[in-house]
Design a protein around this ligand. Structure first.
Ligand code: FES
Length: 146
């Protein structure tokens, strides 16, 4: 049911943990399945993501997508990180079963929430970044379709 890449990131998650003094922290949950994901970003003065960690209390696909999302945004600027969609995360994992695509949405939203926190703390505006929701189930209307 899962691709080798999903299994790999689930069994050996990259960047798991937390960051002390993170530049931005984002927490997003999905009330439907009860899963919660938290992303910590360390962003330098050039708005480049130097480090990123995640903590996920959720299903295997949520762990794998958080792991892959952290890999994809590490070393990127905040603008580039914003463009890493849940589809990009799914593609990088060679796909997810349809019932698990919403898990990747959690990863995208958690990254956005952490970027939002960073922008707020530094009084800056990241173009294209919308205020995140705490529960992705709230706007879970067909967005997981490709
Ligand atoms: Fe909820 Fe995967 S089942 S995030």
């Amino acid at each position: 049911m899962y691709t080798d890449k999903v299994m790999d990131h689930f069994m050996n998650p990259r960047n798991m943990g937390e960051l002390e003094n993170a530049s931005g922290v984002g927490t997003v949950g999905n009330a439907k399945c009860g899963d919660i994901m938290r992303i910590f970003l360390d962003i330098d003065e050039n708005q480049v993501i130097q480090d990123v960690k995640f903590k996920t209390f959720g299903c295997g696909a949520a762990v794998a997508t958080s792991s892959m999302a952290t890999e994809l945004i590490k070393g990127k600027t905040v603008e580039e990180a914003l463009k890493v969609t849940n589809k990009a995360v799914c593609d990088a994992l060679d796909g997810l079963p349809p019932v698990k695509v919403h898990c990747s949405l959690l990863a995208e939203e958690a990254v956005h929430a952490a970027l939002w926190d960073y922008a707020k703390k530094n009084n800056i505006v990241i173009e294209g970044l919308k205020e995140p929701v705490a529960d992705i189930h709230e706007h879970d209307h067909g967005e997981e379709e490709e």
